[in-house]
Design a protein around this ligand. Structure first.
Ligand code: ABU
Length: 508
């Protein structure tokens, strides 16, 4: 691929500039097509067909230094052969984590949705950038349709939105947008001359709030973290107190970031009560529903987000619970007067010409802080088309029912201790190994218990049998966080998980 063909040089009218032959394309498309075809076969056999197979390993763990010796990572002057490249593809697949495996419970995403996968193949092949209608006519219309539908589920009559690379980015967008609404002159004048801006988020909020505050020059000290209750939900009375405190200090509160589905506990803040406080004090309400937003699709579980229609902006990641494929993250905004565009546009004349031959309102790229942008809405759209809203709803309901099942099983088993009743798909629990079961609860017990989850995690990864996460959290020693998402997961996998923890920890 990419070498001169001798016949190109023999042509009578061969044109050379600086010794470079300019006649005809130099790509060997036949070799390229053969490579794509054979690589696709490997993907089909090694990834897609094995996605449901619990007899396969979730991961083939190797330490970084060992993996470096197995993989040929060096990039050389000469290209590698067809066979070598196919072998490299095999190696990459072999040593990568199979996040579509039914026993991958490690993150807030998992499983394989075949339709969104095909959508990703299509967009990778077409390689579009979603900024102007002229290069992305279909994907821009798809994004518009998907945003409209998501807005309907939030309960707004109208709105705006943009797909971003990650929920953290959506949160940064929202924070900046709220600040722009509060002081629009910031776009031209910058930060100097602004009062001390303060925002509020719960102790359990995503760490991207800190990143956003630091990135935007607000400062992490100007996030007032609001106490949460025993379930991890923001306490509205504490929010009210902190808003009053900020006002007394002479600072300028401008934003409350509530969370619908916290990362570790899966907690939902009381949005309606928080919205009352925001209304009273004239504060922008942003809801980080990156994880929990998908509950809106379920008639049974949408009450978790009761009051979300009162938010000014919402971050919602369909790549998490709905499995639209990483990354698929929307920031949705209630304002429909063009605030998003006013805040972010730079009006690049070379790209967003106003005298084009079509309706340039479809050149929506200037609402984004990016220039090049992936058509992430498309994979959600194709999946939604395939499953229908009913199929998406079933996905959410089943995941939450499996979480309930697991929680009940944990309560029945000796040695397992549930941290709290799950209200979403996060099931948090300790495993207390035989040697600690008779020990009195106290500092020494906690110190020892803290070491248990990391040991079990190491063992499960080295065996390749499953993956789930653990963390210390808000003063609690390491506990497991099991996340249930994929419809490829069954009750048997929940039982396996508990049996496997017992097996892996029987000597502890
Ligand atoms: N917000 C990203 C969450 C990462 C995870 O816990 O899976």
């Amino acid at each position: 691929v990419g070498t001169y063909k001798p016949e190109m040089l023999q042509k009578k009218n061969a044109v050379l500039v600086d010794g470079v032959v300019l006649n005809g394309p130099i790509t060997d498309s036949k070799a390229g097509e053969k490579f794509v075809e054979e690589a696709c076969k490997i993907i089909m056999e090694e990834v897609i067909q094995k996605a449901n197979d619990v007899t396969e390993k979730v991961c083939e763990w190797r330490a970084p230094e060992t993996l470096k010796t197995i993989l040929d990572l060096e990039m050389r002057d000469a290209g590698e052969s067809h066979q070598k490249l196919l072998q490299l593809c095999q190696d990459v697949i072999q040593y990568s984590v199979k996040t579509s495996h039914p026993r991958f419970f490690n993150q807030l995403y998992a499983g394989m949705d075949y339709y969104s996968l095909v959508a990703r193949f299509i967009t990778e092949a077409l390689n579009p950038s979603v900024y102007t209608y002229e290069v992305s006519p279909v994907f821009l219309l798809v994004e518009e349709a998907v945003i409209k539908k998501m807005i309907e589920f939030i309960g707004w009559k109208e709105g705006d939105g943009i797909f971003n690379p990650g929920g953290s980015v959506s949160n940064i967008y929202a924070m900046n947008l709220a600040r722009y609404k509060f002081c629009p002159e910031i776009k031209e004048k910058g930060l100097s001359g602004l009062p001390r801006l303060v925002l509020f988020a719960s102790e359990e909020c995503h760490y991207s709030m800190k990143k956003a505050a630091s990135f935007l020059g607000i400062g992490t000290e100007n996030i007032y973290f609001i106490k949460t209750d025993e379930r991890g939900k923001m306490i509205p009375e504490e929010l009210e107190k902190q808003v009053q405190r900020a006002r007394k200090e002479g600072s300028a509160p401008f934003l409350v970031c509530a969370t619908a589905g916290t990362t570790v506990l899966g907690a939902f803040d009381p949005l309606d009560k928080i919205a009352n406080i925001c209304e009273k004090h004239g504060l922008w309400l942003h809801v980080d529903a990156s994880w929990g937003g998908s509950a809106l699709i379920s008639k049974k579980h949408c009450k978790l987000l009761h009051g979300i229609h009162r938010a000014d902006s919402v971050a919602w990641n369909p790549h998490k619970m709905l499995m639209a494929g990483i990354q698929c993250c929307a920031l949705l905004v209630k304002d429909n007067s063009g605030l998003l565009k006013k805040c972010y546009s730079a009006k690049a004349a070379y790209l967003f010409q106003q005298d084009k031959f079509y309706d340039v309102s479809y050149d929506t790229g200037d609402k984004s802080i990016q220039c090049s942008r992936r058509p992430d809405a498309f994979k959600f759209w194709l999946m939604w088309k395939a499953l229908g809203t009913a199929g998406l709803e079933e996905r959410v309901n089943r995941a939450l029912a499996l979480a309930r099942y697991l929680a009940e099983e944990i309560k029945k088993r000796e040695g397992f201790q549930l941290l709290l009743e799950p209200e979403y798909a996060n099931v948090c629990f300790w495993y207390i190994p035989p040697s600690l079961r008779k020990m009195e609860e106290g500092p020494e017990f906690r110190q020892k218990l803290h070491l248990v989850a990391p040991i079990i995690k190491e063992r499960m990864m080295k065996k390749g049998s499953m993956m789930l996460g653990y963390q210390p959290h808000q003063g609690k020693v390491n506990f497991f966080r099991q996340v249930i998402i994929s419809p490829q997961v069954s009750r048997e996998d929940m039982d396996f998980l508990l049996d496997e923890i017992e097996r892996l920890a029987k000597d502890l």
